[in-house]
Write a protein that binds this ligand. Structure first.
Ligand code: PRE
Length: 340
């Protein structure tokens, strides 16, 4: 993972001859052993990083904006269940509290969920009708905790083996494991990782319960106030830009609601500049009901743009959109089958 070089020496002791480097704070959705924690460890390995859990995705944005963390890691989208709306909400910044946040890197993580809990008598159910079958009886389970994304990614297993059981949304999968461990009745379960089972002392009641084997979550690394240069710092001196495909960029914008073709006109700016789009999302703008804020991600880098294609596209977007915001350029890390 290539990240802007940051060395924080603010805390160097006055008495020492050489400054003592202080670990760089990195915020992520906790508690420990969440998938966000795993993604953070893969991007920020080795010494020099102070990995700090938060209770919510919103707090990751706030920590980076306030300077309490230099980087923040947030889940952006899952290959099975789609966009993580809490993160889109942070990027939309409709309350105007995180105006300096930009994306400076991405991380992909293979996500394989387990059902965690306590074993109690009874053989596992049969026959096998989903990809995964329980390793133990589940008749005693009354409640399943998890992050809504993880519940959505495991929908077939839950509908088959835990039909009618209460599904409770919580802030993360590791929080779900914590709540399950705290329930002394032993009738709660969590959809979480095997790492969380080890961390919380829970048993694995079923493995690989995600609907699809290729279940993958993409995380964004957030930084503050380095939008002009973040893309350059991230990619500098490394492999080439591969005609722009080596990078991705993100912008958000609103268009005049009553102008026919206004959204198509903005999208046309990217086509005209020869920039391939990689994702489109929208959220209510919260300016007026049923007006939208759009997010467009495309292949290209604002800071390594020898043919000026990105520059041309964003200038054109600026002319057509009501308002727009640059949200960063970063190196493309997707290594999917056949590059697709
Ligand atoms: O709950 C966690 O463990 C998280 O890190 C959040 C999250 C998400 O929001 O998508 C991350 C990866 C998985 O897709 C499921 C949950």
């Amino acid at each position: 993972m290539e990240l802007p070089a940051v060395t924080n020496r603010d805390g160097a002791r006055e008495a020492s001859a050489a400054p003592v480097p202080v670990p760089v704070p990195v915020a992520f959705l906790g508690p420990l052993s969440s998938y966000s924690h795993q993604a953070t460890k893969s991007a920020f390995s080795g010494p020099g990083w102070d990995l700090t859990p938060t209770e919510t995705i919103k707090e990751v944005f706030e920590a980076v904006q306030a300077g309490a963390a230099v980087y923040g890691v947030v889940p952006f989208e899952n290959s099975t269940h789609g966009t993580v709306t809490f993160t889109l909400d942070g990027l939309a910044d409709r309350a105007g509290r995180c105006a300096d946040i930009a994306v400076c890197a991405e991380v992909y993580l293979d996500v394989h969920h387990c059902l965690l809990g306590h074993r109690r008598g009874g053989p596992p159910l049969s026959p096998a009708v989903t990809r995964a079958t329980p390793l133990a009886g589940l008749a005693h389970i009354r409640r399943v905790y998890s992050h809504p994304q993880a519940l959505g990614q495991s929908a077939a297993f839950l509908a088959t083996y835990l039909r009618g059981v209460e599904l409770v949304d919580v802030s993360s999968t590791s929080r779900a494991a914590e709540l399950t461990a705290a329930d002394e009745s032993g009738t709660s379960a969590a959809v979480a990782s095997e790492l969380a089972a080890e961390a919380m002392g829970l048993e694995v009641l079923a493995r690989s319960i995600e609907d699809r084997e290729d279940n993958t979550t993409r995380f964004f690394v957030l930084c503050k106030g380095v939008r002009e240069g973040s893309g350059k710092a991230v990619g500098e001196g490394k492999e080439g830009n591969e005609g722009g495909n080596g990078y991705k960029s993100l912008v958000s914008f609103t268009v005049p609601h009553r102008t026919p073709g206004a959204l198509a006109d903005v999208l046309h700016c990217f086509k005209e500049a020869g920039l391939n789009l990689t994702s489109i999302n929208s959220l209510p703008s919260l300016v007026q009901p049923f007006h939208y804020l759009f997010f467009v991600e495309f292949e290209g880098c604002r800071f390594d743009d020898p043919q000026g294609r990105v520059q041309r596209a964003v200038e054109d977007v600026g002319r057509i959109a009501q308002r727009w915001r640059w949200l960063g350029s970063w190196r493309n890390q997707w290594r999917g089958k056949g590059g697709e």
